[in-house]
Design a protein around this ligand. Structure first.
Ligand code: ATP
Length: 234
């Protein structure tokens, strides 16, 4: 559904990502891996429209969306749970969800809210609390839930497991698997390589903004050189 056709992106004259090509399909999870500064967050933010595309094209179902502003991309079905979560911490959990769903009629709010609460039941008990009062894991759930309120076809999640306890990471990954089974495309940035390799269908590894490996997760799991050279495993 989404094709990155040799995209380069960055900040003014600085190029953070060089010529990345990637195809994301419905019902598949793609893991974008690499060390700090490899260009993973820049890639997600470029697809969302927040970071400048310098070269290449972004195609959504064959349509070139490279020049669309952020809001139009949200309407087109692209949502992001960004690095650092960027919640509205003084607002309630419910209002954070409301903001995520603002592109849809107010009358749809309860139905959409109940759908995301079914995915993250823990948030249902926290609805009136300020988002800043939640635990780190609950905040990550809320960031994903807020993104889902827009009813995306592609959800991008930056650093899903960073700083979270293993049990909470399990819950978030279970949610991801459910979203995949419902037909969403998922683009996942993870420092936790083993978790990403366990859940993803496809893997793309960046180093200093360049693609150094791409293929199925099964291939990645069996590639000892990749594991030791780029993924910090073994
Ligand atoms: P991390 O896990 O540390 O977030 P990353 O793989 O997501 O790493 P990016 O955050 O995309 O990497 O950074 C890629 C490059 O772009 C780095 O050299 C970084 O210093 C640079 N960069 C990121 N954000 C900005 C910005 N707002 N302005 C200028 N350069 C930036």
């Amino acid at each position: 559904m989404l094709e990155l056709d040799s995209i380069s992106c960055g900040y003014d004259a600085f190029r953070a990502v060089h010529g990345l090509s990637l195809i994301l399909r419905e019902g598949e999870i793609t893991g974008l891996l690499g060390a700090n500064g490899a260009g993973k967050s820049s890639t997600l933010m470029c697809v969302a429209g927040h970071v400048a595309l310098q070269e290449g094209r972004i195609l959504l179902n064959g349509e070139d969306i490279s020049r669309l502003p952020v809001a139009r991309r949200v309407h087109a079905g692209i949502a992001i749970a960004p690095e650092g979560r960027r919640l509205f911490k003084d607002l309630s959990v419910e209002d954070n969800l409301r903001i995520g769903g603002l592109i849809h009629p107010a009358a749809d709010f309860r139905r959409d809210r109940d759908r995301v609460l079914d995915l993250f039941p823990r948030l249902a008990e926290r609805l009136p609390l300020p988002a800043g009062n939640l635990s780190g894991g609950e905040q990550q759930m809320l960031a994903i839930a807020r993104a889902l309120m827009a009813r995306p076809r592609l959800i991008m999640i930056d650093e899903l497991s960073l700083g979270l306890m293993p049990k909470v990471i399990d819950l978030c990954y279970q949610a991801l698997e459910r979203l995949r089974s419902e037909g969403l495309a998922v683009l996942l940035v993870e420092q936790n390589t083993e978790r990403a390799l366990a859940v993803a269908d496809h893997i793309c590894v960046l180093e200093s903004g360049r693609t150094v490996w791409t293929g199925s997760a099964a291939q990645a799991r069996g590639d000892a050189t990749l594991a030791s050279a780029y993924l910090g495993l073994h």
